[in-house]
Design a protein around this ligand. Structure first.
Ligand code: C5P
Length: 344
C-alpha cells in the first residue's frame, strides 16, 4: 500500500464509467437464515453507463457528491458517499495514514434509470470504491476490495469482475464467465434493447412478494441459468446461439412473478412489448426494466425507434407518470487475453 509521491496527480479527477448490468437468467433458490435470498444468476455488463468523477478536495472538509441526470434520491443516502467512506475505513485498517486519505468531491452523471433492476447504484458504488483508492494512490488486495464491495450491497462485487459472471450466494459469490465469441474467436456484441417503465420497484418489496407467494409461480430459471453459465464457461456460445435461446432466457427470471405482484400494470405492459417487438422479452433483476436481444446494435436501435414511435402515437401505454425510458445498447465484454488464433 503506497501514498502518491506526486501531489499534482491528486488534483486530476479520476473518472469511471459505471455500467448497468442485465440478468440473462435469475433463479431464486430459497430464503437464507439472514433473510437474504440464495441466487443463481448469469449477469452481464452493458454499454449503458453512469459517469463518475472524483477529485481530491484541496480545501478539506467532508466528502461531497453532486448528482446530475436521473433523480437518485437524497444525496446523503447515495451509495457513492458510502463507498468512499468504506474505502477510507479499509485503507486506514490496512495502515494508511488518515492525512493521506483526504476528502473527495464526487460528481455523478446518472444515465442509468434508478430502482430499475439494472444495478446502477451498485455499479456507481463499485466505481467509487475503485476511483477513491486511485485518487488517494492506495492499493488494496482484491480480497479486501471484494469484502468492502459485498458490505455495500449484494450486487456491488459483480462490478469488480469487469465482465459477465455467474453470481451465487446472495450475489457476492462470483465466477467470471467468458463472453460470446464469433466464428473467428473475437468477442461478439449482440444488441440489447432496454425498456424501463417509470415505476421504481423496490428490491426488498419484490423479494417480499416472492416470499409471500410468487415463489410458487417461478422455478424454471434454475435450469436455464445453470445451462447458460455452463455453455458460456465452455466457450460454446456465439451471438446467434444466444439469440436462439432468447425465449428460454426471457422466461428465466424467478422475480418476474414477484415484480408483477408488486405492480400488476407490468402484465399488460409486457404483453404490449411482445406484440410490438415480436421477439422474446425478459426482465432484469427485480425489474421493472425489460430487455430484448438483437443480432446487432443497429437492429436494437431500430426496435427502440419503433417503440418510441409507439409511445408517441399512444400504441404503447406504459405504467407510471412518464413515458418509459427506452435505450439501445450492447453487452460489453473484456478484450480477449490473447488474440484469437485464426486472426492474422
Ligand atoms: O444487498 P442489498 O442491500 O443490495 O439488497 C437489498 C435488499 O434486497 C435486501 O435488503 C433484501 O431485501 C433483498 N435481497 C435479498 N436477497 C439477495 C439480494 C437482495 O433478499 N440475494
Amino acid at each position: 500500500m503506497t501514498a502518491p509521491p506526486d501531489p499534482l496527480r491528486r488534483l486530476a479527477p479520476v473518472v469511471r464509467l459505471a455500467p448497468a448490468k442485465v440478468n440473462l437468467a435469475l433463479a431464486v433458490l430459497g430464503v437464507r437464515r439472514d433473510g437474504y435470498h440464495e441466487l443463481h444468476s448469469v449477469m452481464a455488463p452493458t454499454g449503458m453507463t453512469d459517469r463518475l468523477s472524483l477529485a481530491v478536495l484541496p480545501t478539506g472538509g467532508l466528502d461531497t457528491l453532486h448528482v446530475a441526470g436521473f433523480d437518485a434520491g437524497p444525496v446523503a443516502d447515495n451509495l457513492v458517499l458510502r463507498a468512499i467512506a468504506a474505502a477510507r475505513r479499509a485503507a486506514r485498517a490496512a495502515g494508511c495514514r488518515p492525512d493521506l486519505l483526504p476528502p473527495l468531491a464526487a460528481r455523478l452523471e446518472k444515465r442509468i434509470p434508478v430502482a430499475a433492476g439494472l444495478a446502477g447504484g451498485s455499479s456507481d458504488a463499485a466505481a467509487a470504491l475503485d476511483a477513491a483508492l486511485e485518487a488517494w494512490g492506495v492499493e488494496l488486495d482484491a480480497g479486501t476490495r471484494r469484502a468492502v464491495a459485498a458490505e455495500l450491497g449484494s450486487d456491488v462485487p459483480f462490478f469488480l469482475v469487469g465482465g459477465p459472471a455467474l453470481a451465487e450466494g446472495r450475489g457476492e459469490r462470483l465466477t467470471p464467465l467468458p463472453w460470446l465469441r464469433d466464428a473467428a474467436g473475437w468477442p461478439d456484441r449482440p444488441g440489447l434493447l432496454l425498456v424501463t417503465p417509470a415505476v421504481a420497484l423496490s428490491t426488498p418489496d419484490v423479494f417480499r412478494a416472492w416470499d409471500a407467494g410468487a415463489r410458487a409461480l417461478g422455478g424454471a430459471a434454475r435450469l436455464a441459468s445453470a445451462h447458460l453459465a455452463d455453455e458460456l464457461r465452455r466457450g460454446m456460445l456465439s451471438s446467434d446461439m444466444l439469440l436462439a435461446r432468447a425465449s428460454v432466457l426471457a422466461a428465466a427470471n424467478d422475480l418476474a412473478p414477484a415484480a408483477v405482484a408488486v405492480d400488476p400494470a407490468l402484465v399488460p405492459f409486457k404483453r404490449a412489448l411482445l406484440r410490438l417487438l415480436g421477439v422474446p422479452v425478459g426482465m432484469s433483476g427485480s425489474g421493472p426494466t425489460h430487455w430484448a436481444l438483437y443480432p446487432s446494435l443497429a437492429e436494437a436501435e431500430e426496435a427502440a425507434g419503433r417503440l418510441r414511435a409507439a409511445v408517441a402515437s399512444g400504441a404503447l401505454a406504459a405504467p407510471g407518470p412518464q413515458p418509459p425510458f427506452i435505450a439501445a445498447t450492447v453487452f460489453t465484454a473484456p478484450a480477449p487475453a490473447a488474440a484469437p488464433e485464426s486472426q492474422p
